[in-house]
Design a protein around this ligand. Structure first.
Ligand code: ADP
Length: 389
């Protein structure tokens, strides 16, 4: 039953995703308590309270559960075992299902789970030794993508392997358990923000992700591709959703191959950077959908309000320094542009510090590629005009 009496959502992680979740949950009468090791983390500035502790600190998660009506996480480093245990102990629901988090945390297990359900993924295999990698090279051909199976948030865990002579060098650049994938010569990267509710699902229109150095720079919506590809991407996203258990928002990253073939790169069991555009660009944001989903409320409409581009504000500094951004007035005085600042005190090279969205006036159902490319250019220029002093 949905009531307007205040509810408390306990969230493991208090970064920008938690911050935007708190902002979106507030109109529903839902307050957040976040658990994060960093005092004054981005979400703490808009949440009701912060518990300071590590993402796998059992006592801290127990305290979070005691004070919450429902639990979720905004970071993959949350500990699924502890979440499962406290959910039972305090009879507090946790979504998405910790079992889903466990599967997703290990990229190899995640890929196996998708493949077993007939969902298209790039060819992959486990790598325990340089011999395994050499064998994969014979099977897949070069280049290949060597990946750490488990990695921290935005940690650089991927290394291309150019040829046989590059195998040792590549192995020396990644640590922990490894896997390798064929290199997908993709036309573009796409993503679908998908939501599971109580007995219903919803997907947002397919977005196109522009990466540089493997870091998301912009998301263009709708994606500049064919209707066929967009339809296939949505179908695959629905198939992926059916493999996941637990309610909430998921980010599904896809490759569009040269022949329009769609394969899944990876899944995030939480709101996703490529879904930030939904705050201004859709009738319900991915964050509000996450709150609705986790609490078992009806989901909102995912219709676009216009064509839209989201552009990340990344730390363009060489060394960490106090964050002092200038040029913001240019964004604020541009019609259709919105500015989001995550409240991080220090800027580091390529750290996600905020984002800009630019909504275009065109009907997203009919907007042409060149108009989207202009909007993409304008949003990129706006972010490029911002500098850290
Ligand atoms: P992370 O977990 O660090 O985000 P991903 O596995 O999503 O890492 O990879 C980051 C980026 O690396 C992707 O967005 C894509 O640009 C590139 N990439 C990853 N896997 C492949 C692949 N098999 N073939 C080609 N490029 C890839």
């Amino acid at each position: 039953m949905v009531t307007a009496s205040p509810l408390t959502l306990g969230v493991v992680g208090g970064g920008q995703l938690g911050r935007m979740l708190a902002e979106a949950a507030s109109p529903l009468g839902v307050e957040l308590i976040v658990l994060d090791p960093t005092p004054d983390c981005p979400a703490s500035l808009v949440a009701r309270d912060q518990i300071i502790g590590d993402f796998d600190d059992e006592d801290a998660i127990r305290e979070l559960a005691k004070r919450s009506d429902a639990l979720t996480f905004e970071i993959e480093l949350a500990d699924p075992d502890v979440l499962e245990a406290v959910s039972d102990e305090f009879d507090v629901p946790v979504h998405p299902d910790p079992a889903t988090l466990r599967t997703i945390q290990d990229k190899l297990v995640q890929k196996h789970a998708l493949q077993d359900r007939g969902i298209p993924v790039p060819d992959f295999r486990q790598v325990d030794s340089r011999e395994d990698l050499l064998e994969a090279g014979e099977e897949f051909g070069y280049p290949m993508m060597l990946k750490a199976r488990r990695c921290g948030y935005d940690v650089h865990g991927n290394v291309p392997v150019e040829d046989e002579d590059d195998v040792d060098n590549a192995m020396s650049q990644v640590s922990g358990e490894l896997m390798v994938e064929e290199f997908v010569p993709f036309e573009r990267e796409l993503s679908v923000i998908a939501v599971k509710g109580d007995d219903e699902v919803a997907t947002f229109p397919v977005g196109e992700n522009v990466h540089e150095d493997e870091i998301l720079r912009q998301t263009v919506v709708p994606a500049r591709t064919t209707d066929d590809v967009r339809e296939r991407a949505e179908d695959v996203a629905h198939d992926v959703l059916s493999t996941l258990s637990g309610r909430g928002t998921y980010g599904i990253e896809l490759f569009e191959g040269p022949d329009g073939h769609i394969s899944v790169n990876e899944i995030a069991p939480r709101p996703h950077n490529s879904g930030h555009y939904t705050i201004e660009g859709a009738l319900t944001s991915q964050f509000e959908q996450h709150a609705r989903g986790v609490l078992g409320y009806p989901l909102g409409a995912t219709t676009l309000r216009g064509s839209i581009v989201m552009s990340n504000i990344l730390g363009d500094v060489d060394e960490p320094e106090p964050a002092d951004l200038s040029g913001v007035e240019g964004v604020l005085s541009t019609p259709g542009a919105s500015f989001h600042w995550y409240g991080k005190h220090n800027v580091r090279p390529l750290r996600k510090m905020g984002h800009v969205t630019l909504v275009g006036g065109d009907d997203p159902a009919t907007v042409g590629e060149s108009t989207l490319t202009e909007l993409h250019g304008a949003a990129t220029d706006l972010t490029d005009s911002l500098t850290f002093r």
